[in-house]
Design a protein around this ligand. Structure first.
Ligand code: ADP
Length: 384
């Protein structure tokens, strides 16, 4: 028997806690999930990853009691799920599955209004809430609301699925491969938008995915499972990729973990190259000599600290004899710059999208240095 007193022992910031949870589907089968201890704190997004059949969906479905544990207990928002009325429990938990799991014969608005209707909300309040949610997920209520799911693209259906799960403002979201059925470009956008919404609303999320890159991009922590629902490691994406805790995790992450770390590695100013800096008023002769000493074929041009562009050695050498030629006459603008708060991944892709092999990094207006392929290499090799 679980008493009220025992239930209150959950730490305040823990919204979902698994305590020694085991699930066996058949009486003699080996467990699908074996003695799982795991806590998810408020506002956190924890991704569950691992090979197919390792128990991820089972873990998720035990939280809203679509599956009942064989042993152990799950505490959701301070209450033992097994002792909470299942309807009340599910009201506090949004559930998003692949392709949105929408009701095909109901319009988008009706789909989003499912839970408010079950809760007996006033029609006006419900309508306003539906409008608000469709706007939140980027679907204008008038353009899409009266259509049926089949008339929407996969990505749009998925947005509706998220809106529906958020309708009654549940503190917890369970998401089972929610973006698995949409194409990579749309998925990327949905992931970014979802992460923004989740952080803005402070929802606590358990997120099942077989896509490690998705987990790295979205999660605060990633839980890696092996068959039998065995928790191999739970860690932030950075720690997981740089310090895998077992051979299993090393194999699961794969040999391209160095590349995966791009997405979670910040740009460190101290890693950037500091090229020669010239001013627009510098003479060509001085600049050409400085560049020869520097050894690079280009320099950055700053005007009182403000980035103007870059200058190549060639034209300066040609103008060396001219008394009037200035660096400013030969300065070219950078096609792109990158902000210091971006990840190496977005900086590196910006670098690849342009012809130049160097990309200036700015902190606000301040020029910090340039990113080159060498800088990326150094940053990723560190801690490996
Ligand atoms: P994952 O989500 O990681 O692919 P699942 O949780 O779906 O894993 O499944 C874990 C294990 O439990 C698998 O061996 C699967 O075959 C088994 N399983 C899942 N659901 C059922 C069920 N309803 N009845 C019997 N076995 C099941």
């Amino acid at each position: 028997m679980i008493t009220e007193g025992e239930e209150q022992d959950t730490r305040d910031d823990e919204v979902i806690r698994f305590e020694g949870v085991t699930k066996r589907y058949g009486r003699h089968d080996s467990p699908a999930v074996g003695h799982l201890d795991l806590a998810v704190t408020r506002g956190e997004l924890v991704a569950l990853v691992g090979p197919s059949g390792c128990g991820k969906s089972t873990i998720l479905r035990m939280v809203n009691r679509l599956v009942e544990p064989s042993a152990g207990r799950i505490v959701v928002d301070g209450r033992d799920a097994a002792h909470t009325d299942v309807v009340a429990l599910r009201r506090g938990i949004g559930y998003v599955i692949q392709a949105g799991g929408l009701l095909p014969h109901r319009t988008i608005r009706q789909n989003v209004a499912t839970v408010p209707r079950l809760l007996g909300w006033d029609a006006d309040v419900t309508r306003r809430r539906v409008d608000e949610l469709l706007e939140l997920v980027g679907l204008d209520g008038w353009a899409h609301g009266d259509r049926y799911p089949a008339q929407l693209s996969g990505g749009q259906q998925q947005r509706v699925g998220v809106a529906r799960a958020l309708a009654a403002d549940p503190p917890v979201l369970l998401m089972d491969e929610p973006f698995g059925a949409v194409d990579p470009v749309v998925r990327d956008r949905l992931q970014s938008e979802f992460r923004r919404i989740q952080q803005e609303l402070g929802k606590t999320v358990l997120f099942v995915t077989h896509d490690l890159d998705e987990a790295v991009k979205l999660a605060d922590r990633i839980a890696v499972f092996s068959t039998g629902g065995v928790l191999e490691q739970i860690a932030t994406p950075t720690t997981l990729l740089s310090e895998p805790a077992s051979e299993f995790v090393v194999d699961f992450i794969g040999s391209d973990r160095g590349l995966r770390r791009l997405a979670v590695t910040p740009i460190r100013p101290e890693d950037l190259e500091r090229p020669l800096v010239l001013a627009p008023a510098d003479g060509a002769a001085y600049a050409a000599t400085a560049l020869e000493l520097d050894g690079r074929a280009w320099a950055v041009v700053l005007d009182h600290g403000r980035l103007l562009g870059w200058v190549a050695r060639g034209p300066l050498l040609e103008q060396r004899g001219s008394r009037s030629a200035r660096v400013g006459d030969h300065t070219r603008r950078f096609p792109t710059t990158v902000a210091a708060r971006e990840t190496l991944r977005s900086a590196f892709s910006a670098l690849l999208a342009q012809e130049l092999r160097f990309l200036p990094v700015l902190d606000g207006e301040e020029f910090l240095g340039v990113l080159t392929p060498d800088v990326v290499h150094t940053a990723l090799r560190r801690d490996l």
